[in-house]
Design a protein around this ligand. Structure first.
Ligand code: GRF
Length: 194
C-alpha cells in the first residue's frame, strides 16, 4: 500500500506514522501534503526523504478547486490510502466520495462523543472520568465514519485542557500507527487501547 498523509500543522501524528512505516510494514509513505505552506510537518517529512506538497488553500478561489489540486497531487503520488493527521480543512462530499473506504482520520475524542473542535475542554467541562482518541474512516458526516480504533486515557484531578491534550496526543501516536498497520493489511476490525 502507498500512503499519502495530509497535515495542517506540526505533524506529530504524521511522524508517528512515518516512523512506524520505516520498519517492516504493509504500507509505505509516498506523499505528505499540507493546506498550509508554513506547516512544520512539511520540513520534518522532507528531512525523512518523503515527497511533500504545500497547497495553500487560500491560493484557490473556492473549496472545490483547492481539492481538485490536492487530489491531483495525491493521485500523481500513486497513493492508494490517505491518512488525515491534524488536517484542519473540512472536505467536500465530492472529495470524500473519491477516496471513501481508503481515507482515515484521527480525532482527539472518544467518538461519538465530542465531534468537532475543543474536544478536551468539552470533556473537562462535562466532568468526564476519561477521554481519548478515535481513528475512523472518513465519510461525508464530519467525525462520524466507521470506527477503526479507540484509545482511552483517564482524566485526572487538576487536569487542564493542555495536560489532557498532551496525554491524549501520546495515545494518538500509538493508536494511529497500530490502526494503519491493520488497515493496510486489510483488517478493518476495531482496535481498543490500552
Ligand atoms: C492535535 O490536536 C491532535 O489531537 C489532532 O490534530 C492536532 C495536531 O496534531 N489529531 P499533529 O501534531 O499535527 O499530528
Amino acid at each position: 500500500k502507498r500512503v499519502a498523509i495530509l497535515i495542517s500543522g506540526g505533524g506529530s501524528n504524521m511522524l508517528a506514522l512515518l516512523r512506524d512505516m520505516a520498519g517492516d510494514h504493509p504500507a509505505r509513505p509516498v506523499l505528505v501534503a499540507s493546506n498550509d505552506p508554513e506547516a512544520g510537518g512539511l520540513a520534518k517529512a522532507a528531512a525523512l526523504g518523503i515527497a511533500t506538497a504545500a497547497l495553500d488553500h487560500r491560493a484557490w478561489p473556492d473549496r472545490e478547486s483547492f481539492e481538485a489540486a490536492l487530489a491531483e497531487a495525491i493521485d500523481a503520488s500513486g497513493a492508494d490510502l490517505i491518512c488525515l493527521a491534524g488536517f484542519m480543512r473540512i472536505l467536500t462530499p465530492g472529495f470524500i466520495r473519491r477516496y471513501q473506504g481508503r481515507m482515515l482520520n484521527i480525532h482527539p475524542s472518544l467518538l461519538p462523543k465530542y465531534p468537532g473542535l475543543h474536544t478536551h475542554a468539552r470533556a473537562l467541562a462535562a466532568g468526564d472520568a476519561e477521554a481519548g482518541c478515535t481513528v475512523h474512516e472518513v465519510t461525508a458526516d464530519l467525525d462520524a465514519g466507521p470506527i477503526l480504533g479507540q484509545a482511552r486515557v483517564p482524566i485526572l484531578p487538576g487536569d487542564t485542557e493542555d495536560s489532557l491534550a498532551a496525554r491524549v496526543l501520546t495515545m494518538e501516536h500509538r493508536l494511529y500507527p497500530a490502526v494503519l498497520r491493520r488497515f493496510a493489511a486489510g483488517d478493518r476490525s476495531p482496535l481498543s487501547l490500552p
